[in-house]
Every structure is written in structure tokens, then in C-alpha cells.
Design a protein around this ligand. Structure first.
Ligand SMILES: C=C(O[C@@H]1C=C(C(=O)O)C=C[C@H]1O)C(=O)O
Length: 245
């Protein structure tokens, strides 16, 4: 799958399949001694391969299952340390995992009902893995570390005061830019329209009917506002709280 497809493209790829509950059931799938769900198997095995390529030595990639990762096959690259060392210990993928499976995917299924294919557990697991790890949500949410560092450098006095007080609410207020969030949601909705329009409605041309989409573009934008952006900001707050360590 082309990694140039926007993050929204991977969410829309997943939306074309039904929920496929067996994909997430720990008792349906067991193989070669693996005990867990199909999607856990897919993510764990993907991360093991990527770890051998050195992926998790970079500052902006975070594993979901860090305990069983093999060492890189190559000598790790030395990346410029642009973040405070506290960043190395900050991984909110457990929250990303829960948000994706307990909130985002459920809203997809409940709101869209456009899942065309059922029984495609393998495809659902591949799409989930792309959404979570390979190209999308974890990286986007953990970019919050870099955004927080820029904000700290730009206004260190203000942030240092809130960090000294360990004031989460103050930090959240300082780092929140509602206009930027609104613009991001508009951009996401536009991309969801571009990536998610049904080919049928494009081919039939402008017969006056509203375009048909695999999933409502506004839903994708709302998922960003309800779940993805708050987690991005939570990463920023957690990073800043630790920045004076
Ligand atoms: C990422 C930033 O921090 C916050 C989170 C945003 C997001 O997740 O899109 C956008 C604006 C801010 O409220 C930013 O300021 O760019």
C-alpha cells in the first residue's frame, strides 16, 4: 500500500470491511503457540520485522509490543537528539490501541455500516495494522513530542512555570490552538472526500445526486476531533510534565 496515501486513506481502507469481530477475539485464532487475537498476531509480527530494519531506533516510531522485539540487523543510525531525553520513555500506544479498537473502530462500524465485506478477517487485520502502526495513528499522535518541544522552546518561561507546578490543565490550555484544530478537521474532511468517494458516483458523473462516500467524510473529521487530536495533546502534556526531569 503506497505510503504516500494520506493517513485518512488507511482509515477509509479499513472502513470498506465490516467490523469482523473474530479478528479481535482471543479464542478464535491460535497458531504456532501464539495466544491472542488475529490483529495482535499481525501487529506483533509486523513490528518484529520492522524492528530488524531498525525502525524503532528512530525518535518518531513507537512499538505497540516492545518486549519481544529482535535487535536491528544493521548498526543503528545516530539521529540528532532534538527532544529532551524524557521522550525516550514516553510511549502512549496502549492508549492508542484502546482508542482505536474501543472507540474509533466501533464508531466506524456503528456510523458507517458501509462495510462491504464480511469474513475478511485477514484484510481487516492488515488494514488495522496499517492504521495503527505502519503508516498512521501511532506516529501522528506521538508527533506531539516534537510539537511540544517547539512550543516549549518558543515560550519556555511560560511552560517552565506550568511544568514546575505540574499543572496539566495549564499545560493543556497553553498548547491548545483551536483554530489549528478546526483547520485540521476541515483538511481531513476534504481528504476523506477525495479518497473516499465511491467510484460509481464518480463514473456516473454529475446526475445531480450527492456524491456517495465509503464513509461519511464528516465522521472521519469528527474522529480526529474526538479521539486523535486529544491523544496528540496528551502526548504533548506528558512530554512537557517530564521535561524538567
Ligand atoms: C499539534 C498541535 O497541537 C494541538 C493539537 C493539534 C492536532 O492534534 O491536530 C492541533 C493544534 C493543537 O491544539 C499543534 O499546535 O500543531
Amino acid at each position: 500500500m503506497n505510503s504516500l496515501i494520506a493517513r485518512e486513506g488507511y482509515l477509509l481502507e479499513r472502513a470498506q470491511y465490516c467490523y469482523n469481530a473474530d479478528t479481535y477475539d482471543h479464542h478464535v485464532f491460535s497458531r504456532y503457540g501464539f495466544h491472542g487475537s488475529l490483529v495482535e498476531f499481525m501487529v506483533k509480527e509486523t513490528e518484529k520485522l520492522h524492528a530488524q530494519m531498525g525502525r524503532y531506533n528512530s525518535l518518531d516510531d513507537h512499538p505497540f509490543f516492545s518486549t519481544e522485539l529482535p535487535k536491528p540487523m544493521f548498526h543503528p543510525l545516530q539521529y540528532p537528539q532534538v527532544l529532551h531525553p524524557c521522550a525516550d520513555l514516553l510511549n502512549l500506544n496502549n492508549k492508542v490501541w484502546n482508542m482505536y479498537f474501543k472507540n474509533l473502530l466501533i464508531e466506524f462500524d456503528v456510523s458507517s455500516k458501509t462495510g462491504y465485506y464480511n469474513g475478511n478477517h485477514g484484510s481487516a487485520a492488515v488494514c488495522d495494522t496499517n492504521c495503527l502502526q505502519v503508516y498512521a495513528l501511532s506516529k501522528r499522535i506521538h508527533y506531539g513530542k516534537f510539537v511540544a518541544e517547539v512550543k516549549f522552546i518558543e515560550s519556555s518561561d511560560v511552560y517552565e512555570a506550568a511544568i514546575r507546578e505540574q499543572d496539566r490543565d495549564k499545560l493543556m490550555a497553553l498548547l491548545t490552538y483551536e483554530a489549528v484544530e478546526a483547520a485540521t478537521k476541515k483538511r481531513v474532511e476534504a481528504k476523506a472526500k477525495a479518497f473516499g468517494q465511491e467510484v460509481r458516483s464518480m463514473v456516473e458523473g454529475d446526475d445531480g445526486a450527492d456524491p456517495a462516500y465509503k464513509i461519511k467524510p464528516r465522521l472521519v473529521a469528527n474522529l480526529y476531533g474526538d479521539w486523535i487530536m486529544p491523544l496528540t495533546k496528551e502526548v504533548q502534556v506528558e512530554y512537557l510534565l517530564r521535561r524538567s526531569d
